[in-house]
Design a protein around this ligand. Structure first.
Ligand code: XBP
Ligand code: MG
Length: 254
């Protein structure tokens, strides 16, 4: 089966975003007069909870239960909206760029008629700001589907966001490939049945990635791993290899 679409995660995959998310959370806490500061070790632990609102709720439940009263839900919504404004402002000011190879892969895939989608836990305004900053004013239009944030009931590691992207594309899982950076993202994509390339990021290098088609530290390593000259050919070869290894690993049909 040929590769028909590539589905990209955003945070950690297209760009190393998590330090900027952390900065935006901390600026928001300070502006709200809250005595909280998320340092790197703490944020590394908090990343186990995907989704900014969910992460905030988990932090409040585990570290700051008394500070927002009996029902923290309205405060979480306000804080998260302020954090999104801060984060998108920083992205628009040029704080992020794509990781090496992603722009090239996106360009080559578009030229070859391979469809592109996004499947992410992050909020839609964050995706839009990054795509515009990295790819120009028309950046969002490179992607036929942008499945993001609260558009599904369950965030990664549940498969919902990938299933939503597949449904919008009208494609089966095996004709696509996902690109992820985290164990939660890999689980989400694999639970949806999609062969997955992992490109580890700053906060995910220590995680384990059983079930990935391949694990790299940079997308630029992909062509040499697949013994082909270009990123797109490498993605296509990896997809073919992933399908044939999953077929050979499947129990024989009787
Ligand atoms: C990324 C996330 C996101 C961001 C924050 O996970 O968990 O929550 O950290 O974004 P993944 P919001 O890369 O697996 O999709 O604050 O907008 O939720
Ligand atoms: Mg990610």
């Amino acid at each position: 089966m040929n590769l028909k679409a590539i589905l990209f995660d955003v945070d950690g995959t297209l760009a190393e975003t998590e330090e900027l998310h952390r900065e935006a959370f901390n600026r928001t806490f300070q502006a709200a007069g809250l005595p909280w500061h998320w340092d790197r070790p703490l944020y590394g632990e908090l990343l186990a909870v995907t989704g900014g609102k969910e992460r905030l709720r988990h932090f409040i439940d585990s570290h700051a239960r008394s500070e927002l009263g009996a029902d923290p839900t309205p405060a979480i919504a306000r804080l998260h909206a302020a954090k999104t404004d801060t984060y998108t402002g920083l992205v628009e000011a040029g704080a992020l760029q794509f990781r090496p190879g992603f722009r090239e892969l996106i360009t080559a895939a578009r030229q070859a008629g391979i469809r592109l989608g996004i499947a992410t836990t992050t909020s839609l305004p964050n995706v839009s700001a990054l795509l515009r900053a990295a790819l120009g004013a028309e950046g969002e239009r490179c992607f036929e589907v942008i499945a993001a944030g609260d558009s599904v009931a369950r965030k990664k590691p549940a498969p919902d966001i990938y299933l939503s992207a597949l449904a919008q594309l009208g494609l089966g899982a095996q004709s696509c490939m996902a690109v992820e950076d985290s164990a939660a993202g890999l689980r989400s994509a694999r639970s949806a049945g999609i062969p997955t390339l992992v490109v580890r990021s700053a906060y995910t290098r220590h995680q384990s990635f059983e079930g990935a088609a391949l694990v790299l530290d940079s997308l630029e390593e992909l062509p040499s791993h697949m013994h082909v000259p270009s990123l797109l050919e490498a993605a296509q070869s990896l997809h073919t290899a992933a399908l044939s290894s999953s077929a050979s690993a499947a129990p024989a049909a009787h």
